[in-house]
Design a protein around this ligand. Structure first.
Ligand code: C2E
Ligand code: CA
Ligand code: CA
Ligand code: CA
Length: 276
């Protein structure tokens, strides 16, 4: 919304019209991209902090645009969220992740779990539980090989609705991860109740890690809290050796970040999995 006058009149009407047109055209582009299956998954390795062994990977969506090339999620996820298209996009992401696992299995490659990002909107109308159950069945994928990441902040917003569905997923033995932890102020009681398998420390805290920084104390307490709740801890956004060393000292279980690898196409993961 453009600036409003003191009587509530909006100025710059022509510009506002342009904004609406632009938005409608990007919304249409998003719908078309979903129909044409232009969204593809890149995968970022998650490795054991001590041994650097590959133990999982996060699926990160990209838009393979016919003219503009590879478009990062920051440029289309917000609109997908605002228009509700995120639900259809999320379904395609789950489907592609399961398809990839089935492909690797067919190729006789060692399987490690794939985690997919799930938006709070996918929990509306119970759609995500059904989608996951259907995809696991269709591709004959073991539920333990699929992990869903849900952000701490979205879980806090509609926790009652989401929690019952998380319980269903847990019963199905799908793995559950709490994403961007540290940015949403969840309480200890919420953490206890949610019984998540994995806690991912938000990359902003890892970026602040360094000798003597207050961030270190924070990360240290998150890790010991998570461990006391039997959760696996993954540090996100690990970019340098000093961060790695500190996380080793703090007994962080796994790391993910540019130090190990950027998100890469599936074939590059295939090569990594074949090495082991
Ligand atoms: P996220 O879930 O927190 O994913 C981690 C982001 O950090 C990814 O950005 C990843 O490429 C980036 N990253 C990884 N290692 C490093 C590092 O060492 N340093 C720095 N600076 N960044 C690192 P990406 O792929 O651009 O994704 C951005 C966000 O878009 C994701 O944040 C997630 O919130 C959203 N997103 C991506 N794929 C999906 C999806 O399939 N569904 C939904 N709902 N959201 C998605
Ligand atoms: Ca994982
Ligand atoms: Ca994530
Ligand atoms: Ca994250």
């Amino acid at each position: 919304v453009k600036s409003e006058g003191k009587n509530g009149y909006r100025f710059y009407q022509p510009q506002l019209g342009e904004d609406i047109k632009k938005r409608i055209s990007s919304e249409n582009a998003l719908t078309e991209a979903l129909e044409k299956k232009q969204f593809i998954l890149f995968y970022q390795p998650q490795v054991n902090t001590a041994t650097r062994e590959l133990c999982g990977m996060e699926a990160l969506v990209r838009w393979q645009h016919p003219d503009k090339g590879l478009i990062p999620p920051s440029e289309f996820i917000p609109l997908a969220e605002a228009t509700g298209r995120i639900v259809a996009l999320g379904t395609q992401v789950i489907e592609q992740a399961c398809e990839q696992l089935a492909l690797w299995r067919k190729q006789g490659i060692r399987l490690v779990p794939i985690s997919v990002n799930v938006s709070a909107q996918q929990f509306n109308q119970n759609v995500v539980v059904h989608t996951i159950a259907a995809c696991l069945e269709r591709y004959d994928v073991a539920p333990e090989l699929l992990e869903i990441e849900i952000t701490e902040s979205s879980m806090l917003a509609k926790h009652a609705e989401i929690e019952s569905q998380l319980a269903e997923l847990r019963k199905m033995r799908v793995k559950l991860a709490i994403d961007d932890f540290g940015t949403g102020y969840s309480s200890l009681s919420q953490l206890l109740r949610l019984q998540m398998d994995v806690l991912k420390i938000d990359q902003s805290f890892i970026a602040q890690l360094g000798n003597g920084s207050p961030g270190l104390v924070f990360v240290k307490s998150i890790i010991s809290l998570a461990h006391s709740l039997n959760m696996t801890v993954i540090a996100e956004g690990v970019e340098n050796d000093e961060q790695l060393r500190l996380l080793q000292d703090l007994s962080c279980d796994q790391i993910q970040g540019y130090l190990i690898s950027r998100p890469v196409p599936a074939q590059e993961i295939t090569a990594m999995l074949q090495k082991h």
